[in-house]
Write a protein of this length. Structure first.
Length: 190
């Protein structure tokens, strides 16, 4: 499917572009999340979780090379940190590292060969729990009642499945049909 596992300039540009788009999106999502928190607490704000992480999984789906998530999420974390994040600079890098570790591990387990809708949805949901554990400590989620904590995690996982995994697959496939990705692994698939 792919001739080389080395990153091309095009790969790096795509990762940076997706991370930059995420940086802008995050600036708009943060106030929305604060509003959702005021309206429906931690469960309501959990609905948008998948949108924060879709860019890294989309990059992986298109490029399909080991290290894609690590690079993309770290670029994204850096951009978020430079834009003055609502939730603090440490959160940007901790979240990026959590997402990268999970994505890299998951796709390594699949030997970078499985990219079905089910695998992408699994990946989207799997990206959520590790960061949730760190976020619970950083943002004092541990003070929430156990039922609220469990419900918030469940909603975040569903958001990851749909707004990250499924959305990354849908966007990637739609862009692939235009022919714009013919130089990437997604566009070269048989």
């Amino acid at each position: 499917m792919q001739a080389s596992r080395k990153f091309t300039t095009q790969d790096i540009v795509l990762m940076a572009m997706l991370a930059a788009v995420n940086g802008v999106l995050t600036m708009y999502l943060s106030p929305v999340n604060k509003l959702l928190t005021s309206l429906g607490g931690p469960i309501a704000t959990s609905v948008t979780t998948g949108l924060y992480i879709v860019y890294g999984l989309l990059a992986y789906y298109i490029i399909r090379k080991p290290g894609t998530a690590a690079i993309t999420f770290m670029i994204g974390g850096t951009i978020q940190a430079l834009t003055g994040p609502t939730y603090g600079i440490p959160a940007c890098f901790t979240a990026a590292a959590c997402y990268a570790v999970v994505a890299e591990g998951l796709f390594a387990a699949f030997r970078y060969k499985k990219w079905s809708t089910g695998v992408m949805m699994l990946a989207g949901g799997a990206l959520v729990p590790l960061w949730f554990v760190f976020a619970a400590q950083m943002f004092k989620y541990t003070a929430w009642p156990a039922g609220v904590l469990a419900a918030a995690l469940a909603v975040r996982i569903v958001s990851g499945v749909v707004l990250c995994g499924l959305l990354a697959k849908v966007i990637g496939d739609a862009v692939e049909k235009t022919g714009l990705l013919r130089r990437f692994a997604l566009g070269m698939k048989g």
